[in-house]
Design a protein around this ligand. Sequence first.
Ligand code: NA7
Length: 891
Amino acid sequence: MLDVIGAAPGSEATGGGTQHVDVAVVGAGFAGLFLLHRLRQAGFTAVAMDEADDVGGTWYWNRYPGARCDIQTLDYSYSFDPELERAWTWSEKYATQPEILRYLGFVADRYDLRRDIRFGTRVSAANWDEATQRWLLCTSRGAKVSSRFYIMATGCLSAPKPPEIEGVKDFKGEVYFTSRWPHQGVDLNGKRVAVIGTGSSAIQAIPLIAEQASHLTVFQRTPNFALPAHNGAAPADRAALLKQDPAAFRAQARMSMTGVPLPPATEFSFQLSDAERRERFDKLWARGDLVGMLTQLWADQGTDAEANALLAELFREKIRSIVKDPETAAALLPNDHPFGAKRPCLDTNYYATFNRPNVTLVNLRQEPVASITASGIQTEKRSFDIDVIVFATGFDAMTGAIKAVHPITGRDGQSLTDLWANGPQSYLGLTVAGFPNLFLITGPGSPSVLSNMSVSIEQHVDWVVDRLIALREAGVTTMEATAVAQSGWTRHLADCATLTLHRLANTWYTGANVPGKPQVLMPYTGGVGPYRSICDEVVSRGMLGFRLTGPGVAEQCNDGEIVRLQPDVRLVLNMLAEMQLPPIESLGAQGARDFVAEFNKARPAGRPVGEVIDGTLPCPDGALAYRLYRPATPGPHGIVVYFHGGGWVLGDEQSDDPFCRDLCRRTGMIFVSVGYRHAPEHRFPVAVEDSYAATQWIAAHAEELGGRPGPLLVAGWSAGANIVAVTCQLARDRGGPEIGGQLLLCPVTDCRFDRPSYTDNATGYFLTRSLMYWFWDIYCSPADRSDPRASPLRGNLAGLPPAYVVTCEFDPLRDEGVAYAEAMQTAGVAVEQLKAKGHFHSSFVMVDVVVTGVSGRIQMANALRRFAGLPQATEQQGQRTDPSRFSAAAG
Ligand code: NA7
């Protein structure tokens, strides 16, 4: 029986001395091989160790029938050497395990790598020796290795998970694990076979086992999503693209989100009709492209549960159409997790296999396994006589193979297992504070299993070896992540995770498949390209977050967190920087308006609401346009009067359309967005007087507009929030209308520019200090600026309606927003604040672009509902309420 069931294999110690090398590598799979090659090229002495008797890593062990790659093999290849690319041609779209193993053997031969690999050698412990500043590795063969650097290239899915089912040892028949399949193969002909598990391995193996076995019983705990591979030759279009310009193809892969060069979907689910969605789905189903299905249907499929549910239903339809027996079909329908939140599978005839007379599906949700007996498997309802049990029960993913080297002891005798008791901690998924000169290739905290592994492996190996070269050149002998950098990375991982639907599934991505394992989403979900740019930024910012030491060199530590922005905010700002837009203030007022109108055309359209009406309302000098958003629910509704942003110069009643729609949906209230007049044509105080008049008119016509009688609410963003603040003061002083609450999002409240946020965030966050100067100059002469109608912070703040004030960390206006909230509070106003970490001035109005803004908008909507005396909105599907990304101070 295999060691995944019983105790760890005994030491094969043969004694021996200590080998001294620059770098010790654990693992001779995809990562270990490339590492050895690069280390050697760079002139380092290195040795790799692997428990297997040959190269291949997980591909050495996973030899079960049907084992294949499920990333297209033309993507799943090394790209470091164009000659190698020319020398090898894959025979199929998704290569089989034997072909992949041949490829890795070919690579090992081509670069003569085997001479530095010790096969059949398990690394049993690794200790950092403070005195020598080196790692000392113990091996199962007794011989030790002393190295300056210790690199774990142990793979993410290489430590099998024990089966955790009572009685396995009592079973008298044969037992196999897909993850440790016998090299000589297994004859299943005429046998009664049980397969336990329906993950990727089982789904590949089941159709082939069914062809051999006299009877196959599949024990399924969780139905999974599987897409037909339609294997065959590599798709001609993609093969041609690669051939035409391999360097461009690979470069695109490196900067993509998944490590596969496919353009992401840009249209959102709600912008497509049912027929259009079905057409896209059918196309990808016919193409047999798992990465395509995961990324190319619609832009919100991986971030919005409702958008995901649409595609899950299309999957279920397919399964129903293939599987003939309705009860079996029903049991096979994935129903407890979003598509992609658990690893989906690629299959060949999987669902059709359940139409065979010799195949039975046992639904463990209805009849859990009670025990394994001498003769078979006993569920809570039935017993099955079995000759062969195949465990396809998966792996202790991502951390299992790292922790299998035990102990790994860093500074002060700290063990990695202890440090990771509550989940893995790392900086970049590559290094660990307290463990100098230790590197993890595709470790937890890096894109790893959520990417094309070959791309991620090459990126990590290149990054590590390039660092070792740079350290050598600088005379540096130790490199260690700082605690600050590591905790910042942990926070960034959590921020990224909230963008995804992974929290809605129990999977090996989170450790949920191993009883007792701490549950935390282990892979980095921010994407391969962004991750690469972060690693590069660490270097370009002077090895940010690392302490570097060496004999005769001054210690260097440029401490800090590499990503302080929310992940999607970082992407947006980088994209804007790449566009090299002219400063808006250089365009003149009309030029700036045209620019913003053009810019807004490119954004995702807002979500549907019940009704949108454009109208006009009277103002002192004529008429103002307004746009009314009515919820789809039956009225009458409460009314929120809304004032758009744009520095009193730009925008109109439609320019914050997605934001108004979003809040209309979340609050269940009517939003009336007012087109107040702008400077320079109409300078201060026209905008505020228009807005006050509009508020009066809306209050007087509330019922006509479909509103409920009672106080109005007011809301606005940026200069629009300045108008909100002023409108509340005017309404108090001029005898109405009655306002029940104010939402101020990134408000302008004062004409002073010396608060720290004006300096800290002067440039780089879209709204710049110089743009604010320009807005003020156009809107209001210096003599008028201290008028409370321009700078509401200077007004009387007593007796104002309750307020919800939102400020963003990376916004020049942050501190004046906070000052206004605090001053209102001091004046006795009920104030709540939301201080949004990692966000910038436009975060919350960039609906469906800055997805991390969702939880903030939920909180804003709830504040408005509280002001209106309505119950709090319950979390809708696809909306995130995790408040940990915000520090909220209520007052
Ligand atoms: P997976 O994807 O972890 O699948 C393991 C399967 O085994 C899965 O269906 C599990 O059900 C099931 N399982 C695990 N333990 C049990 C017990 N005790 N009883 C019943 N069923 C059990 O591993 P694979 O080897 O298929 O694939 C691993 C990765 O390799 C794959 O994702 C690719 O990246 C390549 P559960 O879903 O936990 O209810």
